[in-house]
Design a protein around this ligand. Structure first.
Ligand code: ZN
Length: 182
Protein backbone atom coordinates (compact mmCIF):
# COMPACT_ATOMS: atom_id res chain seq x y z
CA UNK A 1 0.00 0.00 0.00
CA UNK A 2 0.80 3.59 -0.32
CA UNK A 3 -0.26 5.09 3.03
CA UNK A 4 -3.88 5.89 3.81
CA UNK A 5 -2.92 9.58 3.62
CA UNK A 6 -1.55 9.16 0.11
CA UNK A 7 -4.68 7.39 -1.14
CA UNK A 8 -7.03 9.91 0.47
CA UNK A 9 -5.02 12.81 -0.99
CA UNK A 10 -5.50 11.42 -4.49
CA UNK A 11 -9.27 11.19 -3.96
CA UNK A 12 -9.35 14.72 -2.58
CA UNK A 13 -7.51 15.92 -5.69
CA UNK A 14 -10.07 14.26 -7.99
CA UNK A 15 -12.89 15.75 -5.95
CA UNK A 16 -11.45 19.23 -6.19
CA UNK A 17 -11.57 19.18 -9.99
CA UNK A 18 -15.23 20.16 -9.74
CA UNK A 19 -16.57 16.61 -10.09
CA UNK A 20 -17.64 16.94 -6.45
CA UNK A 21 -19.74 20.05 -6.07
CA UNK A 22 -19.55 22.50 -3.21
CA UNK A 23 -21.74 21.38 -0.31
CA UNK A 24 -21.08 17.74 -1.14
CA UNK A 25 -18.84 17.13 1.85
CA UNK A 26 -20.39 13.73 2.44
CA UNK A 27 -19.50 12.61 -1.08
CA UNK A 28 -15.94 13.90 -0.71
CA UNK A 29 -15.60 11.98 2.55
CA UNK A 30 -17.07 8.89 0.91
CA UNK A 31 -14.47 9.16 -1.87
CA UNK A 32 -11.66 9.31 0.67
CA UNK A 33 -13.01 6.26 2.50
CA UNK A 34 -13.43 4.39 -0.79
CA UNK A 35 -9.82 5.24 -1.69
CA UNK A 36 -8.59 3.55 1.50
CA UNK A 37 -11.08 0.68 1.58
CA UNK A 38 -9.22 -1.79 -0.69
CA UNK A 39 -6.65 -2.23 2.09
CA UNK A 40 -9.32 -3.79 4.32
CA UNK A 41 -7.98 -6.97 2.73
CA UNK A 42 -4.83 -6.72 4.85
CA UNK A 43 -6.93 -8.17 7.70
CA UNK A 44 -6.45 -11.48 5.85
CA UNK A 45 -2.82 -11.58 7.05
CA UNK A 46 -4.16 -12.11 10.57
CA UNK A 47 -6.25 -15.06 9.42
CA UNK A 48 -3.57 -16.75 7.34
CA UNK A 49 -4.97 -15.77 3.91
CA UNK A 50 -2.02 -16.21 1.51
CA UNK A 51 -0.81 -12.88 0.08
CA UNK A 52 -0.98 -14.05 -3.53
CA UNK A 53 -4.50 -15.53 -3.32
CA UNK A 54 -7.84 -14.10 -4.53
CA UNK A 55 -8.67 -12.57 -1.13
CA UNK A 56 -4.99 -11.92 -0.32
CA UNK A 57 -3.63 -8.40 0.06
CA UNK A 58 -3.76 -6.47 -3.26
CA UNK A 59 -6.06 -9.18 -4.64
CA UNK A 60 -9.72 -8.80 -5.60
CA UNK A 61 -10.38 -5.67 -3.51
CA UNK A 62 -7.72 -3.91 -5.60
CA UNK A 63 -9.28 -4.88 -8.93
CA UNK A 64 -11.11 -2.78 -11.50
CA UNK A 65 -14.20 -4.98 -11.11
CA UNK A 66 -14.28 -4.35 -7.35
CA UNK A 67 -14.05 -0.58 -7.93
CA UNK A 68 -16.93 -0.80 -10.44
CA UNK A 69 -19.17 -2.84 -8.14
CA UNK A 70 -18.45 -0.72 -5.06
CA UNK A 71 -19.11 2.55 -6.89
CA UNK A 72 -22.38 1.30 -8.39
CA UNK A 73 -23.59 -0.03 -5.03
CA UNK A 74 -22.78 3.27 -3.28
CA UNK A 75 -24.50 5.36 -5.95
CA UNK A 76 -27.67 3.29 -5.64
CA UNK A 77 -27.52 3.13 -1.85
CA UNK A 78 -26.99 6.85 -1.25
CA UNK A 79 -27.79 8.75 -4.45
CA UNK A 80 -30.69 6.82 -5.90
CA UNK A 81 -32.95 9.88 -6.16
CA UNK A 82 -30.46 11.90 -8.23
CA UNK A 83 -30.78 12.44 -11.97
CA UNK A 84 -28.86 10.01 -14.17
CA UNK A 85 -26.39 12.77 -15.03
CA UNK A 86 -25.67 13.31 -11.32
CA UNK A 87 -25.43 9.58 -10.71
CA UNK A 88 -22.88 9.26 -13.52
CA UNK A 89 -20.80 12.11 -12.11
CA UNK A 90 -20.84 10.61 -8.60
CA UNK A 91 -20.07 7.16 -9.98
CA UNK A 92 -17.04 8.47 -11.91
CA UNK A 93 -15.69 10.20 -8.81
CA UNK A 94 -16.09 7.12 -6.60
CA UNK A 95 -14.68 4.81 -9.26
CA UNK A 96 -11.62 7.02 -9.79
CA UNK A 97 -11.06 7.24 -6.02
CA UNK A 98 -11.15 3.46 -5.66
CA UNK A 99 -9.17 2.55 -8.75
CA UNK A 100 -6.50 5.17 -7.98
CA UNK A 101 -5.69 3.07 -4.91
CA UNK A 102 -4.65 0.12 -7.08
CA UNK A 103 -2.76 2.38 -9.50
CA UNK A 104 -0.75 3.95 -6.67
CA UNK A 105 -0.06 0.54 -5.10
CA UNK A 106 1.28 -0.68 -8.44
CA UNK A 107 3.79 2.18 -8.25
CA UNK A 108 5.18 1.21 -4.83
CA UNK A 109 8.56 -0.32 -4.15
CA UNK A 110 7.49 -3.40 -2.22
CA UNK A 111 5.14 -6.30 -1.62
CA UNK A 112 3.39 -8.17 -4.40
CA UNK A 113 1.81 -6.51 -7.41
CA UNK A 114 -1.87 -5.64 -7.86
CA UNK A 115 -4.54 -8.00 -9.24
CA UNK A 116 -6.08 -5.37 -11.56
CA UNK A 117 -7.99 -7.96 -13.59
CA UNK A 118 -9.30 -10.15 -10.78
CA UNK A 119 -11.62 -12.16 -10.77
CA UNK A 120 -10.81 -13.00 -14.41
CA UNK A 121 -7.09 -13.20 -13.88
CA UNK A 122 -5.42 -13.25 -10.49
CA UNK A 123 -2.00 -12.30 -11.83
CA UNK A 124 -0.30 -9.45 -9.95
CA UNK A 125 1.03 -6.41 -11.77
CA UNK A 126 3.40 -3.54 -11.07
CA UNK A 127 4.01 -0.56 -13.31
CA UNK A 128 7.54 -0.24 -14.68
CA UNK A 129 7.81 3.09 -12.84
CA UNK A 130 7.74 2.54 -9.05
CA UNK A 131 8.91 5.61 -7.15
CA UNK A 132 6.57 5.38 -4.11
CA UNK A 133 8.06 3.82 -0.99
CA UNK A 134 5.81 1.00 0.20
CA UNK A 135 4.01 1.79 3.45
CA UNK A 136 4.19 -0.67 6.36
CA UNK A 137 0.81 -2.28 6.98
CA UNK A 138 1.19 -2.06 10.74
CA UNK A 139 0.29 1.38 12.07
CA UNK A 140 2.85 0.98 14.86
CA UNK A 141 5.68 0.41 12.36
CA UNK A 142 4.39 3.34 10.33
CA UNK A 143 4.65 5.73 13.25
CA UNK A 144 7.94 4.28 14.52
CA UNK A 145 9.99 5.96 11.83
CA UNK A 146 9.45 4.12 8.57
CA UNK A 147 6.39 6.26 7.96
CA UNK A 148 8.47 9.41 7.54
CA UNK A 149 10.30 8.07 4.48
CA UNK A 150 6.95 6.90 3.07
CA UNK A 151 5.33 10.29 3.61
CA UNK A 152 8.34 11.99 2.00
CA UNK A 153 8.12 9.91 -1.16
CA UNK A 154 4.32 10.35 -1.26
CA UNK A 155 4.63 14.11 -0.90
CA UNK A 156 6.68 14.12 -4.07
CA UNK A 157 4.88 11.45 -6.10
CA UNK A 158 1.27 11.87 -4.92
CA UNK A 159 1.18 15.26 -3.18
CA UNK A 160 2.76 17.34 -5.96
CA UNK A 161 0.71 15.81 -8.81
CA UNK A 162 -2.43 16.24 -6.65
CA UNK A 163 -1.68 19.91 -6.05
CA UNK A 164 -0.89 20.37 -9.74
CA UNK A 165 -4.23 18.78 -10.65
CA UNK A 166 -6.07 21.05 -8.18
CA UNK A 167 -4.41 24.20 -9.53
CA UNK A 168 -4.91 23.15 -13.13
CA UNK A 169 -8.63 22.42 -12.69
CA UNK A 170 -9.07 25.66 -10.72
CA UNK A 171 -7.58 27.64 -13.62
CA UNK A 172 -9.74 25.78 -16.17
CA UNK A 173 -12.92 26.39 -14.15
CA UNK A 174 -12.07 30.03 -13.63
CA UNK A 175 -11.46 30.41 -17.34
CA UNK A 176 -14.80 28.76 -18.12
CA UNK A 177 -16.61 30.97 -15.63
CA UNK A 178 -15.18 34.18 -17.06
CA UNK A 179 -16.08 33.11 -20.63
CA UNK A 180 -19.66 32.40 -19.58
CA UNK A 181 -19.83 35.63 -17.63
CA UNK A 182 -18.19 37.85 -20.17
ZN1 ZN B 1 -3.56 -1.35 -1.18
Amino acid sequence: MASAFGHAAASLAFGSTGIVKRMQGKLMLMGMIVSILPDADSIGFKFGVPYDSFWGHRGFTHSIVFALILSIVLVFAFYRSQTSKEKTRIFIFLFLSCVSHAILDAMTTGGLGVAFFSPFNNQRYFFPFRPIKVSPISITTFFKGKGLAVIQSELVWIGLPSIALMIFSFIIRKGKKSTTEG
